[in-house]
Design a binder for this molecule. Sequence first.
Ligand code: URA
Length: 218
Amino acid sequence: MCRDFVCPDRDCALCPRLKAFIDNNRRLYPDFFNAPVPSFGDLNGELLIVGLAPGLRGANRTGRPFTGDFAGDLLYKSLIDYGFAAGTYQARPDDGLKLINTRLTNAVRCVPPENKPTGGEVKTCSAFLIREINAMPNLKVVLALGGLAHNAVLSVFGAKKSACKFAHNALHSVSFGEREIKLLDTYHTSRYNVNTGKLTPEMFDAVFKTLAALMPRG
Ligand code: URA
């Protein structure tokens, strides 16, 4: 049972295909976490980072977003370098790493087969993203890792895709009740994007420079 109301229950069955995949992974890999991966960091943070979904042998194994995934290496390094995290990232949930003013989550909380959630699964899981965003009273900036996360965030805010097109390091303003939230995009730090050069460390660094300008440290 997940104690965090913004996280699906450990045996969440809202997406039958994902539930079946997790059940099978529980048989194949009994030592893995194999459940919806809870978000990491404080709900009082001003920054929310939204990824795609846990990787089978990464976050689905360790139970912390991006932890043990290839995609986490560059993300956690940048978070530490720019003061959004403190400690040493050791790809383990008990490495003592702390996020600062930041929360990290996924558009889809359960590991999907071949890293590909369906549109229906993204829509179903957006119920938790809505709760998450509603539960962040100080939220100022959302960083979307990849087009799928960007679209999931836009639908939570009820913003039009045509008005906020996904582009690397693009910054959008979206209204949320009385508040205005900034949505910043980056290509996902996936192995594919990094190995093909679609996302270079310099390009990711440029996104963190934008973030740092939006959220100056005290
Ligand atoms: N990729 C993601 O988008 N999220 C994770 O938690 C791990 C890898």
